[in-house]
Ligand binder design. Structure first.
Ligand code: PEP
Ligand code: MN
Length: 363
């Protein structure tokens, strides 16, 4: 059953200003007071107001750099006091939350490995009762939207209303261009289920390499997401974690200038009229598509009945292979990507097979 979430709008979070896109930036990890201050100053000069840094780092292997721990919160507090920036970090336990409270952390996020663990999420949710600190929840490492939603529900039930998400992509064992697979359809689905929930993308962890940050950021903006969390380090080559994916504050500034920010909507009467007409055309086509799908399904049913009477198996794979080949060929002539055509037709075929199975199973 789908439950609603009670979400406070970003304007009530007291973290972000009005400018769009919202940017949260800072190093993967706090490493030293000098590194924190130098990076924060560079970011502040770009107009960044929300500073991130990892204090406790969930690393894959032991005996690697696992974060400086609570001492780093002192350095972040300096960023807050001297530069007037809001500060945020990742938490994974009750103790982390208490430390954050002690040092005036303004916002926290839950990392991908932690979101995947309901015990930890519940512990964090319990520790957040009676606090007002905003929380961003990264997607779990595995592409499981329900696990992500479950974490949001646990926090919301504990009274966390300043609640948002960060899409950072999903682990995969396949060799892909990025470090984590975007699976944008999951983000789009979550966005449409909870349109009121602030939505961020983390192009640094999704891309895993600074060369992909611009393209991923642009896709996020084009999808209408609210903000970006991007890793930035004063000297990325020396970073103790995620060195490849961090930009210097200057590079981040250059990248941001290249992004095209589209408006969510327009008040212009001409725009409204044109878009209305185009959407009307789409609606007519959708209606025809539904009619065609319905007619096709009727015939599938007839075929099912006929096969049943003649005691014939439902699936003749060679027939389907040739249908698919034909439509893909036809799709190419019409400028439709092969993947799109095969996805649509396989879905249609699966539904037909299911209907015919039911017919065969019925008396
Ligand atoms: C991070 O933001 O530094 C981090 C560890 O991210 P993730 O949880 O997305 O891997
Ligand atoms: Mn990182």
């Amino acid at each position: 059953m789908e439950r609603r979430l009670d979400i406070a709008p970003l304007s009530e979070w007291n973290i972000f200003d009005e400018s769009r896109p919202i940017l949260v930036a800072g190093p993967c990890s706090a490493e030293s007071e000098i590194q924190i201050m130098e990076t924060a100053r560079g970011l502040k000069s770009l107009g960044v107001n929300v500073f991130r840094a990892g204090i406790w780092k969930p690393r894959t292997h032991p005996n690697t750099f696992e974060g400086v721990g609570a001492v780093g919160l002192k350095w972040m507090q300096r960023v807050k006091n001297e530069l007037g920036m809001k500060i945020c970090t990742e938490v994974a336990s009750e103790k982390h939350i208490f430390d954050c409270m002690k040092f005036g952390v303004d916002m926290i996020w839950i990392g991908a490995r932690t979101t995947a663990n309901p015990f930890l999420v519940q512990e964090i949710a319990d520790a957040l009762k009676d606090t007002d600190i905003p929380v961003l929840v990264k997607n779990p490492v595995n592409p499981d939207m329900d696990l992500w939603i479950g974490a949001l529900e646990r926090l919301n039930q504990a009274g966390v209303k300043k609640l948002g998400v960060i899409h950072r992509g999903f682990s995969t064992s396949e060799k892909i261009l990025y470090r984590n697979r975007p699976e944008w359809q999951i983000a789009i689905e979550l966005r449409s289920r909870y349109p009121e929930m602030p939505f961020f993308c983390d192009p640094s962890h999704m891309g895993g390499d600074k060369k992909y940050i611009q393209e991923i950021s642009q896709i996020s903006l084009d999808l209408g997401l609210d903000g970006l969390m991007i890793e930035s380090h004063c000297d990325p080559t020396c970073a103790l974690s995620d060195a490849k994916q961090q930009l210097t504050p200057r590079e981040l500034g250059e990248m941001m200038k290249k992004l095209i920010v589209r408006k969510p909507d327009s008040d212009s009467p001409e725009y409204k009229e044109n878009i209305h007409q185009l959407r009307a055309k789409i609606d007519v086509i959708d209606e025809s598509l539904m009619y065609l799908l319905g007619s096709r399904m009727d015939i599938s049913r007839q075929i099912g009945e006929y096969k049943k009477r003649n005691n014939i198996a439902i699936l003749q794979t060679s027939r389907w292979d040739s249908v698919l080949e034909k439509v893909i060929e036809r799709g190419k002539e019409m400028g439709l990507p092969e993947k799109f055509v095969s996805t649509v037709f396989n879905a249609i075929h699966d539904a037909s097979v299911q209907v015919q199975n039911e017919i065969l199973a019925g008396e």
